[in-house]
Design a protein around this ligand. Structure first.
Ligand code: ASP
Length: 330
């Protein structure tokens, strides 16, 4: 499997150059309160994995109108879930190796409440079902048929998520059935999103169709709280994209938030998160992971293994697609 040609659009040489200046250069007059007289806070702000401009713009629209971070991240990632051209998230996502589109998503709010759906079929907006799990049940995760049944009970409509385009590619893939989940650097991938609203509260969301042609029942990091996403309103948030198995092994997003709690910047924390994964994979570095993070001050960072990963930032300072620095430089 080579669902994304990860190295194709790489940004060799420029990695990291634009990752923080957008935020670092902002003038103090534009910023609001400070934390204990320290650095001014930039809020509201939203960041997301990859160059998902429309999704970040939607989240920004919610934040700019005074909406809360939870609504912003939900409505933001829903843009990608609905986009049938995006074959790695939601409706139109590539199927598993049996031809079934199975979706994973999770959401987390400022109070540490969270909800997730795993391996759910036939529902176009898994992030909204994840939010319902968080708000309407005593549970955190619902999987498979149970998640789908719950979605119907909540009024979600049954939708065939397999588009002609994804079906055609899957039929073609079956000729070799090569299951090789390796690197990809297309600008279409799992969307992880983090936002700080005008109150300074943080929420996050993450949604994906997972690896193309995965084994039936396979779940990656994206719906796993602590792995694909973690938010702590006292500290910040982090989210991931890439080979989920490796993110799960290091509980990547939780790790990054804890590193920020210990004083690392979002950039330093993401870099350390990637280094922990590299340390567990001494003989294998031909895969991609990208982390992004935000701290309570609105500082952001991103770091990845292979060049080519980018992340979007959107605030009153403007919006930008920021090339992420990478462990492997070329
Ligand atoms: N992290 C996702 C997963 O492992 C895939 C991706 O981000 O591309 O399911």
């Amino acid at each position: 499997m080579q669902r994304r040609n990860f190295l194709k659009n790489s940004t060799k040489g420029t990695a990291g150059l634009l990752a923080t200046p957008l935020l670092a250069s902002c003038s103090d007059s534009k910023k609001e309160k400070t934390i204990a007289g320290e650095q001014p806070i930039l809020k509201p702000i939203v960041i997301c994995t990859w160059d998902f401009h429309n999704a970040s713009a939607k989240a920004w629209e919610v934040l700019e109108k005074g909406g809360n971070a939870l609504d912003a991240v939900e409505q933001g990632v829903m843009i990608e879930e609905a986009d049938t051209e995006n074959q790695t998230v939601g409706f139109g996502g590539r199927p598993d190796r049996d031809g079934k589109v199975t979706l994973d998503a999770c959401i987390m709010d400022k109070d540490g409440n969270c909800g997730a759906v795993l391996c759910m079929q036939n529902i176009a907006h898994p992030i909204s079902v994840a939010r319902k799990v968080m708000e309407e049940t005593p549970h955190v995760m619902l999987a498979g048929k149970g998640a789908e049944q719950f979605a119907y009970e909540q009024g979600f409509v049954k939708t065939n998520l397999l588009t002609e385009k994804s079906k055609k590619e899957w039929v073609e893939w079956q000729k070799t059935s090569q299951y090789e989940p390796i690197i990809n650097i297309e600008n279409h991938d799992t969307i992880g999103m983090l936002a700080i609203d005008a109150n300074g509260d943080i929420s996050g969301a993450c949604t994906t169709s997972g690896m193309a042609y995965k084994m039936s029942g396979r779940v990656g990091d994206s719906p796993i709280i602590g792995a694909g996403l973690f938010v702590d309103n006292e500290v910040g948030g982090a989210t991931a994209t890439g080979v989920g198995e490796e993110v799960v092994r290091t509980v990547g997003s939780f790790l990054i938030v804890e590193l920020m709690r210990q004083g690392k910047s979002p950039q330093e924390a993401c870099k350390e998160g990637v280094k922990r994964i590299i340390a567990k994979n001494k003989d294998k570095q031909d895969f991609q992971i990208g982390f992004i993070a935000i701290n309570k001050k609105g500082e952001t960072g991103g770091y990845c293994i292979q060049p080519g990963f980018t992340y979007r930032t959107y605030s009153k300072e403007g919006h930008a697609n920021n090339p992420s620095d990478s462990f492997i430089k070329t």
